[in-house]
Design a protein around this ligand. Structure first.
Ligand SMILES: [Mn+2]
Length: 324
């Protein structure tokens, strides 16, 4: 039996369902979660939504976001659904010391990342060639049923738009696929204007000021552009982890820059976000450090040894060596 069919049957038989989005949740995961959730609610299911920490205020315009919960109850769920999800580490706050709970309950996993471990008791639909998880879910849903209304189409459009960086990180076949899906979603009534307004044109003043801090300490060496921010600075500016995206968007616009790397301190590690313009393969570079992604947008995480600035310089040195 095809995995899609198995997933459909598993979800139809379930009554009490939990859907998870990863930590530092983004538009793709939120869009994917609520697409699935709203469909399942229409089918009469009891659906709960969980993510480890509060999402960015950019998503406050979505009424459904009020149903998001930040503490997990470890209740008797029939099925657990994970979207945009490469491994238990993506929801560490819930899974740490609770792997047995997660292993025993049937799981449905839909994702576009490289996975970092095998799951027990799980149906996995994974396609690393998709630029967003929302695309996978949309393509999957076309095979399932015609329940996609305007609201659901808007959620999926948001997922596609945010993960593709407003259709700039995708390339070649990825672009054809993502544009085709976007057109289909617009025909289904996706509210493009509202997504553009709320996601791209409603940054807080603090968020833009935070990005100017990142831009101020940015450096350029040959065609490599890099910068960083600490965990403390996020708190100082009262901004969410994804606020640095605004700086990333600007960094890739610089002439002669071919590769942008932004180091973000997260507790005892540094998350490295890569953005490119085609010349270098961000994905291959990140895979070398245990990460993954796409040609023009990828990421990896390295341990922090003490001084953030020194760690970033050492990392940039390693990247330059690989590129030479
Ligand atoms: Mn994603």
């Amino acid at each position: 039996m095809q995995i899609q069919q198995q997933m459909k049957e598993t979800l139809e038989q379930a009554q009490k369902i939990a859907i998870f989005g990863h930590q530092s949740i983004d538009g793709d995961a939120i869009g994917s979660m609520f697409w699935l959730g709203l469909q399942l609610e229409k089918l009469g299911k009891q659906v709960s939504y969980f993510t480890p920490d509060k999402e960015s205020q950019n998503f406050d315009f979505l009424p459904e976001i009020q149903n998001m919960q930040y503490e997990f109850d470890y209740a008797d769920y029939d099925v657990l659904i994970f979207v945009d999800f490469s491994g238990y580490g993506r929801i560490k706050k819930f899974t740490e010391n609770h792997i047995e709970y997660f292993d025993q309950i049937p799981k449905v996993i839909i994702d576009h990342h490289l996975f970092d471990h095998a799951f027990q008791n799980a149906l996995v639909y994974r396609d690393e060639s998709a630029i967003s998880c929302a695309e996978l879910i949309f393509e999957l849903s076309k095979k399932w049923r015609d329940l996609i209304d305007k609201k659901v189409a808007t959620f999926l459009y948001m997922g596609i738009l945010t993960d593709s960086g407003n259709f700039s990180y995708d390339s070649w076949e990825e672009s054809i696929r993502v544009m085709n899906d976007a057109i289909d979603l617009l025909i289904l009534g996706a509210d493009k204007a509202s997504i553009i307004l709320n996601i791209f044109h409603r940054k807080s003043l603090k968020e833009v000021q935070f990005s100017s801090l990142i831009l101020e300490r940015m450096q350029m060496q040959d065609d490599l552009i890099f910068s960083r921010h600490s965990q403390e600075e996020l708190e100082l500016f009262w901004v969410h982890g994804d606020a640095s995206d605004t700086a990333l968007y600007t960094m890739v616009t610089i002439e002669w820059g071919e590769l942008v790397i932004l180091g973000k301190e997260v507790k005892d590690a540094i998350k490295m976000s890569f953005r490119g313009k085609g010349r270098y393969n961000c994905r291959d570079l990140c895979v070398a450090f245990g990460g993954g992604g796409h040609h023009n947008a990828a990421g990896c995480t390295i341990p922090k040894t003490g001084n953030l600035e020194e760690d970033i310089f050492a990392f940039i040195g390693e990247i330059k060596e690989i590129l030479n």
